[in-house]
Every structure is written in C-alpha cells, then in structure tokens.
Ligand binder design. Structure first.
Ligand code: TRP
Length: 358
C-alpha cells in the first residue's frame, strides 16, 4: 500500500497568522480535502517548551487558540487527526534512541539552530532541549511514519535531519521500519516566507508585524493601510519597486484574477498592475485598497468558522482529546517495531526467552 500519511505541527506560542496560513495551513486544508491522505496535525507544546521553559502559561493559553485557528482554516476532525505533543509517549521515547545516532557537530551545523542561537544570544548557554529539538521533531514525523510534511522552507533543515536519522536507524538496526519524509512546500516564493507588514523578512509575533487569522475587519484594514511599501516610491508618478514590497507580495499570495475583475478592473491581473506600479503612475493607496478588499473577502469565512466553533469549546476540546488518543495508539505501534528492531523488547521476544530457558 502506498504511504499517504501527512504529519505537521505548530508551536502554540501565539495565535496563528497569515505566515502560518500560506506557509503550511492552506496546503494542509487542500491535501485534506483531496481525501487521499491520512493527516495528523500536532500542537507542538513540548517543542514550544524548549525555549519557553519558564513560561508554560503562554503555552497553556494557546492550545485552544491554535485548535480554533486550525478549525477556522478549514481542517476538520473527520478528515484530520488533531493531537497534542506532550501526551504522546512515543515522542519521549523515540528521541532517546535517535539521539544516539546524531552527533553534536551535526546539530551545531543545523542552520535553523545556528540562527536561533544567534537571535536569542544563547551562545554556550543554550538549553540542551533546544539544541536537540531537531531530534524530537524527527520523532514527531517518524512516529506516525509520515511521508509528507507540509511546511515552509525554513523547516527544510529539520526535514534533512529527520531523513538522516531514518537512514541511520534503518541501516544500524538492519530494518526498513522508519519512513523518509519529504517537505510539501507552498506553491510560491511569497508564501514560503511571508514578509511582515513592516517589510521585515518574516512575519513573526515577536516583531509585531503580523495579521492574525482571527483579526477583525477593522484591525485588518488598519494593518494594511499602514503597511510598509516601497520607500523610494514617494510621488505617485515615481517608478516603484514590487519585488520586496509587502503589498505586492501579499497580493501574490492571496489575490486571483477574479479579484481584479471584481475590485480593480483597470487591470486584468496582478502582472498588469505590477507593470504599472513599476512604470510609475500608480499610487500605494490604490494598491492597499485592493489588498484590503482581497484580504477581507479571504478572511471573513475563516473568522466566521472560528466564531462558530468557539460556541462549543467542549466539543473542540473533545476533538483534541480523541485525536490524541488515536495518535497514541498509532505511534505506540511504531515504538513497538522500533524496540523490536533494536532488540530491547525483552518480555515479548521469543529468542530472548529461549536463551534464558534453554
Ligand atoms: N518546528 C515547527 C515550527 O516551528 C513545529 C513542528 C514541531 C513541526 N514538530 C513538527 C513541523 C513536525 C512539522 C513536523 O513551526
């Protein structure tokens, strides 16, 4: 049987924003709706603890927020299994085995880890749990034998590490239990790493440059109208730049030709509008107004779904509880196979017993 398993997840350190949405959520919903996959979506609270050990309240506060964001985006419990990482025993056990197959120097070479050490000024005082989270993330993926991992390109080093672990494990223990995962990237560059509303390379909660899935109409409008654009485009007649311009990058990520027909029929599509902006003669205000119309239309149904689900939080909690129970079962099977492969399943191992009683 062909492997059709998807696993992916998010750290519950805040509500999910447009970066999460175009980077991975939208793909998950698309794949879910093909009906061709078995999908696991994980709230990565253990991973969130690796750099928030002193602030578990933040994580607690965001478990249900992230669940609502998932449902708002269009994931549904009949087609997607929701789980919370801290309640899956396999995700504690597998990293213990995997960590013997990974060297310190390999972890130190991980670009994501390197970058985060720099950003957080960790230097040598980096928590061990943070340093080793790529191993934990490999466990997240392999515990479910996932083949597909919808993520933004910033996660590629994690996938590379997971594949290396899979290969070492299968080679060292002479088996083919673990499955090599592959990333499922968004369809365009602008989605891979959505810029912040301030033009910063990444939309990130700590930079305060996010549009959240749950933002109301007025908040969205305010954020869009005060968005960073091209600083050299001072007068409407000046030629403008579209390549690092958030307004155009967001239009690329969200607008369709249909939107142009409806909201700005001066142009057949985004390409025509870009050309006008680059020539000069198209003002930022007009562009932002279009973006606002597009985003309002895009986000309204997402917000409405969120409000609908939020009416029955008990039911939302149940989805997470039931999904987690199922995930425990599925991942325990992998753990059992892993223990057999290593040869430490003593009490269920006939050859081990035979040797004792011979
Ligand atoms: N590292 C991911 C992030 O920061 C979250 C994550 C944890 C994840 N475990 C995962 C993503 C497994 C994909 C697969 O967003």
């Amino acid at each position: 049987m062909e492997n059709n398993i998807i696993l992916t997840g998010d750290r519950p350190t805040g509500s999910l924003h447009l970066g999460h949405y175009v980077g991975s959520l939208r793909k998950r919903v698309e794949m879910q709706n093909t009906g061709k996959y078995q999908q696991f979506v994980m709230i990565a609270d253990l991973q969130a603890l690796t750099d928030n050990a002193d602030n578990p309240q933040k994580i607690r506060d965001n478990i249900m927020e992230v669940m609502l964001d998932y449902l708002a985006a269009g994931l549904t419990p009949d087609k997607t299994t929701f789980l919370v990482q801290s309640h899956i025993p396999a995700l504690y056990e597998l990293p213990m085995y995997y960590s013997n197959l990974v060297t310190m120097s390999r972890l130190e070479r991980n670009p994501t880890i390197k970058n985060e050490i720099k950003m957080r000024n960790f230097e040598r005082s980096i928590p061990v749990g943070f340093m080793t989270y790529p191993i934990s993330q490999a466990a997240d993926i392999t515990a479910f034998k996932a083949k597909y991992v919808p993520v933004g390109e910033d996660q590629l080093p994690m996938l590379e590490q997971a594949r290396e672990i899979v290969n070492s494990f299968n080679r060292v223990y002479n088996c083919d239990i673990l499955v090599e995962p592959e990333a499922v990237l968004p369809d365009s560059d602008s989605c891979n790493r959505l810029v912040g509303t301030d033009g910063n390379a990444k939309m990130s909660k700590s930079l305060g440059n996010c549009i959240y899935l749950k933002d109301d109409e007025k908040t969205i409008k305010t954020k869009i109208m005060s968005m960073f654009t091209d600083p050299t485009h001072i007068n409407v007649t000046d030629p403008g730049h579209t390549e690092n311009n958030p307004v155009f990058l967001y239009l690329e990520a969200f607008s369709t030709d249909e939107d142009f027909k409806k909201y700005l029929p001066d142009y057949a599509n985004l390409q025509e509008m870009k050309e006008h902006y680059e020539r000069g003669g198209l003002g930022d205000m007009k562009c932002k107004k279009l973006l606002n119309s597009v985003m309002q239309e895009y986000l309204a149904p997402i917000r409405a779904r969120r409000e609908e689900y939020a009416k029955d939080m008990g039911e939302v909690l149940n989805m997470l509880r039931k999904g987690t129970e199922k995930a425990v079962e599925v991942s325990n099977e992998t753990v059992n196979e892993v223990r057999n492969a290593i040869g430490i399943n003593y009490f269920n191992d006939k050859t081990f017993m035979d040797k004792i009683f011979k």
